[in-house]
Design a protein around this ligand. Structure first.
Ligand SMILES: [Mn+2]
Length: 327
């Protein structure tokens, strides 16, 4: 796809606005900060703006303190800006901004469900992370990869591969990791900043979440729920629930995990994770969502117990199909 065109466009333009998806994760923030540092090195004007705030875990990332919220940006000359959207399969995932307001939209992503919403698109579903794609892009730019840039990219790679645990971990991810170490990324420091820096509120919220774990379909589907009340009680933020889906996922015998987060009354966000050959992006698409083969999500409206039943039904069906295929 159009990596060369993107390189050319970056060289030819001066003003860039970078954004990523709502509830940004390590890959979203890592990709944005790495690219912003690279563009600044080229003397470009760069602003990063996200709908939601940066999770505490990623505030150590170089340049993350400069990430703006929609309220503090004022872009009167949007039509002169190139908008680079990172880690979003669909433009809607940005949660604000209108593509038509910008001179040009560049889409860099690794979601299988990407619909090529940009004028220029670079998406590769086989890539471990958007940060990996940003690394490829930066390699094509007249930019020196500094330790801060390497740190940002390594963070995206590390978090989107679940610390090199998930199916998207391969020779390439380790090769890139090795290169990033040579550029000055420090794995132990980065891991400490992300994984050993948990807030007390998050741990307490985790305790409540663990109490909600249920299994369905003979123990093959696991679920965990976080409600608005639980968040309030523990003074926790939505981003404090990141990776909670891994608790039901880690149960022996569970093939598919579902994390339920209440957004409002009778309105839920689900995150689906598959440990087997079940395409959860396909399951999520039945509910208007999308994502990757092994990790996907959707938004659902309705009464919780009814919704749970529907989701369990769809996942069970997908598991049955898998059984039929003898996989
Ligand atoms: Mn990603």
């Amino acid at each position: 796809m159009s990596l060369a065109k993107i390189v050319e466009t970056i060289k030819e333009n001066q003003n860039f606005l970078l954004t990523a998806h709502i509830n940004p994760d390590g890959d979203a923030i890592g990709a944005e900060t790495a690219l912003a540092l690279a563009l600044k090195q080229m003397g470009k004007n760069v602003v990063i703006v996200n709908k939601d705030e940066t999770p505490e875990d990623y505030k150590f990332l170089p340049g993350s303190s400069e990430i703006k919220s929609p309220a503090d940006i004022d872009c009167p000359n949007k039509e002169q800006d190139v908008l680079i959207v990172l880690d979003c399969g669909l433009f809607d995932r940005v949660g604000f901004l209108t593509p038509a307001d910008f001179k040009l939209v560049i889409n860099i992503d690794h979601h299988a469900t990407n619909n090529a919403f940009g004028q220029l698109n670079y998406y590769r579903p086989e890539a471990s992370s958007t940060s990996e794609l940003v690394f490829e892009l930066i390699n094509e730019l007249p930019v020196e990869i500094t330790a801060p840039i390497a740190t940002c990219i390594y963070t995206g790679l590390l978090t989107d591969t679940g610390s090199f645990h998930y199916d998207n971990t391969n020779v390439r991810s380790f090769e890139i990791a090795a290169q990033l170490l040579r550029y000055g990324a420090h794995p132990a420091d980065i891991a400490r900043s992300i994984y050993e820096n948990t807030s007390f509120n998050r741990i307490r919220l985790m305790g409540e979440g663990l109490n909600t774990i249920e299994v369905f379909n003979g123990g093959t589907i696991g679920s965990l729920l976080i409600t608005q009340d639980m968040l309030k009680r523990n003074q926790a933020k939505p981003y404090d629930t990141e990776d909670f889906v891994n608790f039901p996922r880690s149960i022996k015998g569970v093939f598919v995990a579902v994390f339920w987060r209440e957004l409002d009354k009778d309105f839920y966000k689900i995150s689906l994770r598959s440990k087997v050959n079940v395409d959860v992006a396909k399951v999520a698409s039945k509910f208007g969502g999308g994502g990757h083969f092994h990790a996907a999500g959707a938004h659902l409206r309705g009464e919780l117990s009814e919704l749970k039943q529907k989701v369990v039904q769809e996942v069970s069906r997908a598991l049955q199909e898998l059984e039929k295929q003898g996989a």
